[in-house]
Write a protein that binds this ligand. Sequence first.
Ligand SMILES: [Zn+2]
Length: 559
Amino acid sequence: MSKTLLVGLDAACWNYLNPLLEAGKMPALQRLIESGTWGTMQSTMPPWTPTAWASIITGKNPGKHGIFDMMWRRPGTYEFTPTNAKARMGTPFWKRLDEAGVRVGMVNAPFTYPCDPLNGFIVCGFGTPNSASDVTYPREVHQWIEQEFGHYEPAVEPQFLRTASPSEIFKVEREHQARQVQIALEMANRYEVEVLAINLMFTDHANHKMPEMEQVQAAYVQADKDVDALIQGFQPDNVMLISDHGSNRLQGNFLLNEWLRDQGYYVQAENVSSDRSAALNWVLVKWLQTHNGWSGPQEIILRRLARESLLKLPNGVQERFWDKIDAVIPFAREHVLLSDEPDYSRTKVFPGSIYSGLLYFNLVDREPQGIMSAQERHALASEIAEKLLEVKEPETGEPLFSNVYTAKDIYTGPAIEYAPDLIIDSYDKGWNIQATKYVPTSEQTTNRYFVDLRGHRDFGWHSRDGIFVFSGSAFNVGPASTEGHVMDIPATLLHLNGVPIPEDYDGRVLTELFTSELSQQPVQYQPGDVEASISTDEAYSTEEAEELMSHLRALGYLD
Ligand SMILES: [Zn+2]
């Protein structure tokens, strides 16, 4: 029996790894590189964990698996709910291996909840509600975990990630990951798996949550120890170390909604009165305390008075008052009066989840309150793309976006009808897209589209360039001559295990990476999936969906 270890080093890229390798701080990775073949692994567009992992799991492009974003859009609605395994179309690679009699163990692969039965085992990963009770298959794995470690949470508590200091986060994430490694090794042994796949996510979380690069590097050094433990414990014949996407440090955010609004594509709905009152209070605190020097009980009384009366004043008076406030707190008026939700009856284009840079057209025949005809689609796509490509980075004056794609440019397959209409590639620069309105603060007064990171708790973002290092008896030694794509991972893994490749895979077997003996073995094929329609089932209860939203927020994926 030949054993393969597939390790995901989430968000790893050569830019981050090279200095650590040169300093001798990642000895396990260094050994894999010296004894194997390595290169760049292109991610999906967008290079997001759910989209990229759906391609790793199914071997297909997003136009076939249907996962485009952290949030999944319920077809025919404006509702976005956290992505889950049920929304994914396509047979996962572990089922293909399982059917061929290869035993697989999966630990912490993102968006595997709810989990499928198989002969090996699954411990569901990122995207599993911490309150869920069925987080493993078979259930006895969960029982063993709880006996051994107490209550098991698939992910570090979101509230903790939001409030804890970087050093506290480091300690808890390190322990969490070490536990997952222990679980993987114990279960791999118990179920005698031939393929053990595990995703180590601390490297990604560190990039998002740690303000200093040294702290991010510490997470990589830790991951190297975990990789070493996995190799020592599992004793694989071959190791496939991969990342789902790369990383960038974040300089700031580009406020897409503000831009769309100024271009006339997007109309904000009015703020509901409770949000309005909170926003008004916040603006008045800034105005009275910071700009007019009021304090103590007098400020409180004046603020209450202003809060209660301002929005009831005749329009003309209100306008004059707002002009005064706007002069010192730019865009305060819009902040109070307008919400972050589109008014769909007047909006042509609206964004997907907050950070994704995905845009949907509000089409008459598709959306509940569509206002655009299908005929306008093509012209509008070109117009918006052209304008977006003219947006310049504030300091360098260079174009901010590398590309703007239509779904047809980059996706193929039946799920394309659920794809966003435009996909903005913002992954070469340190500025990320944030689809929210401008929130005025006293520090950010110059440019409404670009906000820096002051007051934020997110410090890193994704790039398209991930990595791979394949090492062991099956693989060549030396740098790879070609780049891989995340879709190639399952095809390569199946071929390595002598399992035919489904005909509908978009990824290919990276034959050039195998030793000459294996690379000459012809790639065998098997039938692909019967075309399935997209699921509209509820995988999560309302409480679970809320819990996941809060987790995604804590990680900085949602606002
Ligand atoms: Zn990731």
